[in-house]
Ligand binder design. Structure first.
Ligand code: PRT
Ligand code: ZN
Length: 289
């Protein structure tokens, strides 16, 4: 890197693009982006964002053309580049899955012994079947892997699934998951070389972690009878250190604090029964500690 800017490569136009742009913005990084742009210079952070095909990201990061990249863990697992993984980003979830036609007699992996598997992930597929002691032939197809069985090219496919609707549409059923994947942040192994570079990567990591820790939380404000306050702060740990202010009547209090959203919903009916009310929920942008 050039000691002035970090360079981050992200997918130009694909499944990860929109969520990656939103994630960077949530981390407080401001930049302009539109489809035909090749790169953006961030306004408030010394970083350039390069828009590339996801397949190019491992090589760009490994060779040091860019310092950082965001891509699917599946691409890392498949290509095994010599890079450092820094963070899971909690979006872009999918599973690399072995699937067979609905009507196929295959019920176990062993049933695929000697059969042909179509995939865009030949490395992951070969390693998986080898590990499980099943001998298969792998045919690499770049797109529309799901039609391979109906064309008679393969007995099974290995492809990413998320909602499962592509499998259903093509009369396929999942047989076995190979691995789960999500978007990850990777770095060139030398990029954190100088003190300045290391400081910039760390600043970025702090912001990213702030977004990730806030993602499951909500800021809740509620009123409740004074006497149940100790109970409320006990059942909702996030309220334990919250501000508790008496309202005008003196018999009610207002509690507010950052709480885990799923826990809040799990307790919601109980809170109402206890007498809590006037709930206000606000999104939490970042939590930095
Ligand atoms: O053009 P470029 O080379 O950059 O993009 P690409 O076409 O190679 O990749 P793209 O945009 O399709 O996917 C980018 C990344 O998104 C992948 O590497 C994964 O990390 C992640 N991701 C998450 C997925 C999916 N979910 C996904 N469902 N990538 C692909 N799929 C495909 C899958 O291959 C299948 O065709 O979606 C279909 C299945 O989806 P469901 O919802 O029907 O199960
Ligand atoms: Zn690609």
């Amino acid at each position: 890197m050039n000691n002035q800017y970090l360079k981050l490569a992200i997918q130009k136009d694909g499944r990860l693009t929109e969520e990656t742009l939103s994630f960077l913005r949530a981390a407080g990084i401001s930049f302009e982006s539109y489809k035909r742009k090749l790169f953006s210079t961030c306004r408030n952070f010394p970083m350039e964002i390069l828009y590339v095909r996801d397949d190019d990201i491992p090589g760009l990061v490994e060779s040091g053309v860019v310092d950082l990249g965001i891509l699917g863990q599946n691409v890392l697992n498949e290509e095994r580049p010599d890079v450092k993984k820094l963070l899971n980003l909690r979006y872009g979830f999918c599973t690399l899955t072995v699937s067979v036609p609905k009507e196929s007699p295959v019920t176990t992996l062993a049933d695929l012994n000697g059969k042909t598997i179509a995939t865009t992930y030949p490395g992951s597929t070969t390693r998986y079947f080898q590990k499980n002691g099943v001998s298969v032939n792998t045919v690499t197809i770049r797109g529309s892997v799901e039609i391979a069985p109906s064309l008679g090219i393969a007995s099974a496919i290995v492809d990413l699934t998320s909602t499962g609707s592509t499998l259903a549409l093509n009369d396929l059923r999942p047989l076995a998951p190979i691995y789960r994947s999500e978007a990850v942040l990777i770095a060139n192994k030398q990029s954190a070389g100088s003190l300045k570079e290391r400081a910039l990567v760390n600043q970025l990591l702090t912001r990213f972690k702030g977004v990730l820790s806030a993602a499951n939380y909500t800021y809740v404000i509620m009123t409740a009878p004074k006497q149940i306050a100790p109970k409320l702060t006990k059942i909702i740990p996030g309220l334990a250190s919250s501000e508790i202010t008496p309202d005008k009547t003196g018999s009610n209090i207002r509690l507010q604090g950052v709480v885990k959203e799923d826990m809040f919903w799990a307790l919601f009916e109980r809170l109402k029964t206890l007498g809590a009310g006037k709930f206000v929920m606000l999104p939490v942008e970042k939590i930095i500690s």
